[in-house]
Design a protein around this ligand. Structure first.
Ligand code: SF4
Length: 251
């Protein structure tokens, strides 16, 4: 993609969402770090369902370390790889207490030293908490960067390096979010929504979809059955007339 097109690409995504944010729920640098660690190979929605109860009892590294893997486990059982994540969360919390005074460091090497924290997690934290123009590459960013021709690459690190080179400074802070959200909701892995894509004319993907994915229409409710008509009650007058007739016959 030409530099002018890259600028146009982000101009359009930014116009649609001027202040993009992570969809993970967090209240502090530590809870964001914990949420990002828990979100590996899991959806943000599944993490957001589990973390309110966990953070209610352990929203600092000291409290999380005290909880330990066995105490963390019941809170995150609904998230994939929960056993490993419980161990990592307890260990990284203990390391934050021992080495960083209970604070999340604003340094990539220090972050990546923490158990369960790789390059992607460190990039998300540096961007969301410390306002550093990093561009974490997850599965959505990887797909969008490759399909569009923005920053093609076979490995996530290669794509990240390419993105850092091609994304203009003006868009670097939000690029990670815009690319993630575009991949999550428009440029989806299966059946991308090319016909309504705001950057379709800039995109180099050879297999653009020409039709929108069929939406699942809810089954129509069966029409209510007509109720059997109630037998008409004889009116008072008719009852009275009948009684009168009966009297006459008897008389
Ligand atoms: S045109 Fe299609 S493939 Fe290209 S970015 Fe948009 S949704 Fe993705």
């Amino acid at each position: 993609m030409e530099p002018k097109q890259v600028d146009e690409f982000f101009t359009r995504l930014a116009a649609l969402n001027p202040a993009p944010k992570t969809e993970l729920a967090f209240t502090s640098p530590f809870t964001l770090l914990a949420a990002v660690v828990l979100s590996a190979q899991a959806t943000d929605a599944s993490v957001n369902r589990a973390t309110p109860a966990l953070f209610a009892v352990a929203d600092t590294p000291a409290k999380m370390a005290d909880l330990g893997p066995a105490g963390i486990l019941p809170f995150i059982k609904t998230i994939g790889l929960f056993r490993t994540k419980a161990r990592n969360l307890a260990a990284l919390s203990a390391m934050l207490v021992e080495k960083h005074g209970g604070k999340v460091p604003a340094d990539r090497d220090a972050l990546q030293e923490l158990p369960g924290v790789g390059r992607k997690t460190a990039s998300v934290v540096l961007n969301a908490v410390f306002d550093q123009p990093t561009i974490a590459v997850d599965t959505h960013v990887f797909r969008v960067a490759n399909r569009t021709g923005l920053a093609p690459g076979k490995e996530t690190d290669e794509v990240e390096d390419a993105l850092l080179k091609v994304v203009p400074e003006q868009w670097a802070m939000g690029a990670h979010h815009w690319l993630i959200l575009h991949g999550r909701y428009t440029c989806t892995a299966r059946l991308p929504k090319c016909p309504i894509c705001p950057v379709a004319d800039l995109c180099a993907y050879a297999d653009k979809a020409t039709e929108m994915p069929a939406t699942v229409t809810p089954r129509a409710k069966p029409a209510p059955k007509p109720r059997p008509k109630k037998k008409a009650q004889p009116s008072q007058q008719r009852r009275a007339a009948k009684a009168q007739l009966g009297k006459k016959r008897r008389g």
